[in-house]
Design a protein around this ligand. Structure first.
Ligand code: SF4
Length: 361
């Protein structure tokens, strides 16, 4: 399924996870009796509602799915960022409970031994346990990052190296070592938690309710799709470009086979966080679907980033099912606002489409 991305929207996290795994037929990709590693993103000891960490519901559903299909040699591995304890993150994020319920061990990579691996003259201390896996399932969070703009599949592998090398990655500028690391660690399957990742910070605090989960096998393609979900072009993120150049995968989402299983019709409840509220002041929402609203918030964040948000007035941008039969002036987002004189269609319109439309106004 190299160029395929299977995606679904909604609120029932368990069902959404099972739906995308079933459609991908994950069980058929895994060799019999394989040692399977699940790598969530538990960068800090904060629950997934903060926008920083992988939902334990997604990982629980994944484990049940694997066990139901006869794959029960599973380990959950992580190393939180240098300033936090992985053990505390396992506890706070709900992974101790998962471990007990499913009898799946938790492995703290900070306590591991490391094997020095080299790519293109760069040495990296990589977790020996990760290198011993037969099949690696990466479960990153779709979220922003203060230095690399976003984080997803490729960058989540940084939790598979020693703390000493995590520090070095920062002095090396992050992008090149992240791409190089993915030449050493091959991730076999990627299941992206796009339920409520942070707007622009890897440690959470400004979650955006995006209500989506998607999966695939090409980490470069998955990250390019994450970038598009946030209103970036793939090459806005340097490590995506480098990873593609060294042959890890393709950033060509135009030619990706994107299969959408379900839509999300839950009504958006914007996060009370300061940054999301600041962007929301430009929006007049009436019964907007969560996925639609989230795409708009990410588009507004990109406009804010390039200094062009000020040209819009408070409440000027209209979105939601409450505008279905309304005509008039304003700026309408999504097919529900087709009666508004300036309008972008789609249901939901993508972040990229909204951004391109707003830039032209
Ligand atoms: S266009 Fe309307 S129905 Fe479609 S996702 Fe947006 S708010 Fe929901």
């Amino acid at each position: 399924m190299n160029n395929r991305i299977i995606t679904t929207y909604g609120q029932d996290i368990w069902k959404m996870t099972i739906d995308v795994l079933r459609k991908a037929a994950l069980e058929k990709m895994i060799p019999k009796s394989a040692l399977i590693g699940i790598k969530p993103n538990l960068v800090v000891s904060k629950p997934s509602s903060s926008g920083a960490t992988t939902s334990p519901v997604i990982v629980s559903a994944l484990i049940e799915y694997l066990k139901e299909h006869g794959h029960d040699n599973i380990v959950i591995l992580e190393s939180s960022w240098v300033g936090d304890s992985t053990k505390r993150a396992f506890k706070i994020c709900g992974y101790e409970d998962i471990s007990k319920k499913y009898n799946v061990p938790l492995f703290d990579i900070k306590q591991d031994t490391y094997t020095v691996k080299t790519y293109n003259g760069v040495n990296m201390e990589v977790s020996s346990k990760v290198l011993s896996l037969d099949f690696l399932i990466n479960v990153p969070v779709l979220k922003g990052h203060c230095q690399t703009l976003m984080t997803g599949a490729l960058k989540n592998m940084k939790g598979c190296i020693s703390d000493r090398d995590k520090r070095k990655f920062h002095t090396w500028g992050l992008h090149k070592p992240i791409a190089y690391l993915n030449k050493i660690i091959k991730q076999d399957f990627i299941l992206v938690d796009g339920i409520c990742g942070d707007l622009d910070f890897e440690e959470g605090g400004n979650p955006v309710q995006m209500n989506r989960i998607f999966c695939g096998t090409d980490p470069v393609l998955m990250d390019s799709y994450i970038a598009a979900n946030m209103g970036y072009k793939p090459y806005d993120i340097d490590y995506i470009r480098i990873a593609e150049e060294i042959g890890i995968g393709s950033s060509d989402i135009e030619f990706a086979d994107i299969i959408v299983l379900d839509k999300d019709e839950s009504i958006a409840r914007p996060s009370p966080s300061r940054k999301v509220q600041k962007l929301s002041q430009y929006v007049n929402a009436k019964d907007a679907c969560s996925a639609c609203y989230a795409n708009l918030i990410h588009a507004l964040a990109r406009l804010d980033g390039d200094g062009s948000l000020h040209k819009f007035k408070n409440d000027q941008i209209l979105i939601g099912q409450g505008y279905k039969s309304q005509e008039g002036s304003g700026i309408g987002i999504g097919k529900c606002t087709s009666g508004i004189c300036k309008n972008i269609g789609g249901c939901p319109p993508s972040t990229t489409a909204i951004l391109d439309f707003l830039k032209k106004i």
